[in-house]
Write a protein that binds this ligand. Structure first.
Ligand code: FAD
Length: 468
C-alpha cells in the first residue's frame, strides 16, 4: 500500500508531523528504531531530565528552603530508587501517550531502521534483519540527534563512570564527585540534579562563560547562583583527555589561552559537549540526499531536501536543537505537504534552562544586537523588588527587555528567576505579534505575580518602573 507520508523517526519532530498530517487527512506511517515512540526528548532527554530536576529540587528545597518559611522538618532522606522510578513512570506515561495518539489518528507504526531508497521509497529493517520496502508520496526525515563526544578527544562511554546525558539519567547511586565536561544547557541541568542530591560537581567549559550564546549578564548571574549551590567552574579550559582511573575517571584540561595542563579526578565524569545529527546508515548519500558541512541534512525554505518529496526537520537540520523547534517544523512541513502555507518564525523561538533559578530567553541578546549594529533600549527589573518573589523567598534574578530604540518593537527578552520558563511566553507572544515594550508595559498584570516584573522591565525601556 502507498502512504501519503512516511516519517522516519518519532521524536517531537516526527510524531507531531505524523499526527498533524493525519489530522489533515493523509494516510501516514512512522518508522522508529527504538521500542517506544517519542524520540530523544521523551525517552532520554527533556522529559526524564525534568522529572529528575523537579524531584531533586524538592529534595534540596526540603533540606534548605523550608526553614526560613517557618516550616521545620527533619532532615529529608533520599530514596534514589523511588526518584528514578518516578522518572521512569513519567517517561512511560508520555511515550504511551504518543502510541495512543498514533492509534487514534490511524497512523501505522513500523519498528526498525528506516532507510531512504530514493524518491517515494523507504525500507525498514527490523531487529531480526528482515527488510520491507514501503512506498509513499512524501517522506520526512526526522531522525534527530545523538550524543557527540569531545572534538579530537577519544572518549569511551561506559555509562557508569564516563557517562553521557543518557547515563546521567540513571546513575544507581549519588557519586561523591562529578566532573561535567561542557557548561551548556544539558551539562548544567544534569550537573544540578546530582549536585542537589549531594555530589561535589565541577563544570569544565571551553568558553569563558557558561551557556555560550545566551545573554552574557544572565549567564554570569546563573554562574554565581550555581556557585552558591556548591558547583565549581573551570572556564576557558580545553579538555584534552578523559580516561578511567582508580578512583573513577580523570579529566585533563589546559587553559585555552595557553599554559600548563591540570587534572581533575572524579567518581563520575559526564561529557555534555553537544549532539550530532543522526544520518548514519540511512542510505542518504546513495539516495542523493545532500548534507551540509556539519553533517546535517540540507533543506530549502520548505524543508525539502535535494530530492523532491523528501523533507527533513528537527535536530537533523539547521537551527537550535530544541524539541519545540522540531515540533513546529513538524506541523509546518505537514501543512506544506497538504498544500497549505506552513511556516516557522525562527526569530521567536524561546529557550529555557531548567536550573534553579531557571533561565529563559527569546529573540536577540544584547551581544547579538551590538554585533548587528542595531540601536536598542534596555529595561531591567530585579525580583528583589517584586512582592510575590519576596513572599516566596525567590528574589534571585531579573527580567531584561530589549527594544528597538526607534520603533520600540521588542527584540528580545531574557529572564533569570523562579518560573522564568513559564514567564517567557508572554514576551514570546508579544514578539510574534510584533508588539512594542509600551504594549507590554501598559498591559494589566495580575498582582501579586512574578510576571509583574516583566511588565516593570518593559516600563523601564521607555520610562520608569513603578516599584524601583
Ligand atoms: P529525536 O527526539 O532525537 O528523535 C529522533 C528519533 O528518530 C529517535 O527516536 C531515533 O531512535 C529515531 N531514529 C533515528 N534514526 C532512525 C532510523 N534510521 N530509523 C528509524 N528511526 C530512527 N529540548 C528542549 O526543547 N527542552 C528540553 O528541556 C530539552 N532537554 C533535553 C535534555 C537532554 C538530556 C537531551 C539529550 C536533550 C534535550 N533537549 C531538550 C533536546 C531535544 O531532546 C531535541 O531537540 C529533540 O528531541 C529533537 O527532536 P527530533 O524529533 O528532531 O529528534
Amino acid at each position: 500500500m502507498a502512504y501519503d507520508l512516511i516519517v522516519i523517526g518519532s521524536g517531537p519532530g516526527g510524531y507531531v508531523c505524523a499526527i498533524k498530517a493525519a489530522q489533515l487527512g493523509m494516510k501516514v506511517a512512522v518508522i522508529e528504531k527504538r521500542s517506544t515512540y517519542g524520540g530523544t526528548c521523551l525517552n532520554v532527554g527533556c522529559i526524564p531530565s525534568k522529572a529528575l530536576l523537579h524531584a531533586s529540587e524538592m529534595f534540596h528545597h526540603a533540606a534548605h528552603g523550608l526553614d526560613a518559611l517557618g516550616v521545620e522538618v527533619a532532615s529529608p532522606k533520599l530514596n534514589l530508587q523511588k526518584m528514578l522510578a518516578h522518572k521512569d513512570a513519567t517517561v512511560k506515561a508520555n511515550v504511551d501517550g504518543v502510541a495512543f495518539l498514533f492509534k487514534k489518528n490511524k497512523i501505522d507504526g513500523f519498528q526498525g531502521i528506516g532507510k531512504v531508497l530514493g524518491q517515494g521509497k523507504v525500507s525498514v529493517t527490523n531487529d531480526k534483519g528482515e527488510e520491507q520496502v514501503l512506498e509513499a508520496k512524501n517522506i520526512v526525515i526526522a531522525t534527530g540527534s545523538d550524543v557527540a563526544g569531545i572534538p579530537g578527544v577519544e572518549v569511551e562511554f561506559d555509562e557508569k563512570v564516563i557517562i553521557s546525558s543518557t547515563g546521567a539519567l540513571e546513575l544507581e547511586k549519588v557519586p561523591a564527585s562529578m566532573v561535567v565536561v561542557g557548561g551548556g544547557v544539558i551539562g548544567l541541568e544534569l550537573g544540578s540534579v546530582w549536585a542537589r542530591l549531594g555530589a561535589k560537581v565541577t563544570v569544565v567549559e571551553f568558553l569563558d562563560t557558561i551557556l555560550g550564546g545566551m545573554d552574557g549578564e544572565v549567564a554570569k548571574q546563573l554562574q554565581r547562583m550555581l556557585a552558591k549551590q556548591g558547583i565549581d567552574f573551570k572556564l576557558g579550559a580545553k579538555v584534552t583527555g578523559v580516561v578511567k582511573s582508580a578512583g573513577g575517571a580523570k579529566v585533563t584540561f589546559e587553559p585555552v589561552k595557553g599554559g600548563d595542563a591540570s587534572t581533575l579526578e572524579a567518581e563520575v565524569v559526564l561529557v555534555a559537549t553537544g549532539r550530532k545529527p543522526c544520518t548514519d546508515n540511512m542510505g542518504l548519500a546513495k539516495a542523493g540526499v545532500v548534507l551540509d558541512s556539519r553533517g546535517r541534512v540540507e533543506i530549502d525554505h520548505h524543508f525539502q531536501t535535494s530530492i523532491a518529496g523528501v523533507y527533513a526537520i528537527g535536530d537533523v537540520v539547521r537551527g537550535p536543537m530544541l524539541a519545540h523547534k522540531a515540533e513546529d517544523e513538524g506541523v509546518a512541513v505537514a501543512e506544506i505537504i497538504a498544500g497549505q502555507a506552513g511556516h516557522v518564525n525562527y526569530d521567536v523561538i524561546p529557550g529555557v534552562v531548567y536550573t534553579q533559578p531557571e533561565v529563559a530567553s527569546v529573540g536577540k541578546t544584547e551581544e547579538e544586537l551590538k554585533a548587528a549594529g542595531v540601536a536598542y533600549k534596555v529595561g531591567k527589573f530585579p525580583f528583589t523588588a517584586n512582592g510575590r518573589a519576596r513572599a516566596m523567598l525567590q528574589t534571585d534574578g531579573f527580567v531584561k527587555i530589549l527594544a528597538d530604540k526607534e520603533t520600540d518593537r521588542v527584540l528580545g527578552g531574557h529572564i533569570i528567576g523562579f518560573g522564568a520558563g513559564e514567564m517567557i511566553h508572554e514576551i514570546t507572544v508579544l514578539m510574534e505579534f510584533g508588539g512594542s515594550s509600551e504594549d507590554l508595559g501598559r498591559t494589566c498584570h495580575a498582582h501579586p505575580t512574578m510576571s509583574e516584573a516583566v511588565k516593570e522591565a518593559a516600563l523601564a525601556t521607555f520610562f520608569k518602573p513603578i516599584h524601583m
